[in-house]
Design a protein around this ligand. Structure first.
Ligand code: FES
Length: 169
């Protein structure tokens, strides 16, 4: 009788162990489903060929659902430490969302300024605040220069240097 009880206890423990292992495996599978796939992260890049860009003409690209402003400077525009230099040309690159409440400012080429229609905020052609309420400059997204291409979403040496100099808002 005692042998029978011991056998039942052993079977119960073994079954409990299998159930626990099954539960852990199920949790592992669920976790894998919650985590973003590596390919999704890798797809978070936008590559822009700058060769066709015209001076003082704003190009709006999309990166991770956000508008990205790319503005090729004309010769009469002021140089700025936040300029993205590619060959002999300078570009302004920023997330095109006002740092006040997130509206998309419009570029006014005649005065080389960005004007936000929501509350009257203004930025210069380098994204610096000219008129409040925006509290800070337009934000520069992570970027890398690859020849004549701009890769958004990757921190290249130029971006890291700006970051080290605290030029990235
Ligand atoms: S959202 Fe641009 S000034 Fe308010």
């Amino acid at each position: 009788m005692a042998v029978e009880k011991e056998r039942r206890d052993f079977l119960g423990m073994a079954l409990g162990g299998f159930t626990a292992l099954g539960g852990i495996a199920a949790l592992g599978a669920a976790k894998r489903t919650w985590d973003p796939l590596p390919s999704v992260k890798a797809a978070g890049f936008t590559t822009v060929d700058l060769t066709e860009m015209k001076e003082n003409q704003l190009v709006v690209e999309k990166w991770r659902g956000k508008p990205i402003f790319i503005l090729k400077h004309s010769k009469d525009m002021k140089s700025d430490p936040r300029d993205v230099v590619v060959g002999d040309d300078k570009y302004f690159v920023a997330i095109g969302l006002c740092t006040h409440l997130g509206c998309i400012p419009a570029y006014v080429p005649d005065v080389h300024e960005f004007h936000c229609a929501c509350h009257g905020g203004q930025f210069d052609a380098n994204g610096k605040v000219l008129k409040s309420p925006p509290p800070s400059p337009l934000v520069i997204p992570p970027f890398k220069i690859d020849g004549t291409k701009l890769v958004l979403g990757e921190e290249g040496p130029e971006f890291k240097e700006m970051k080290a100099k605290k030029l990235i808002a």
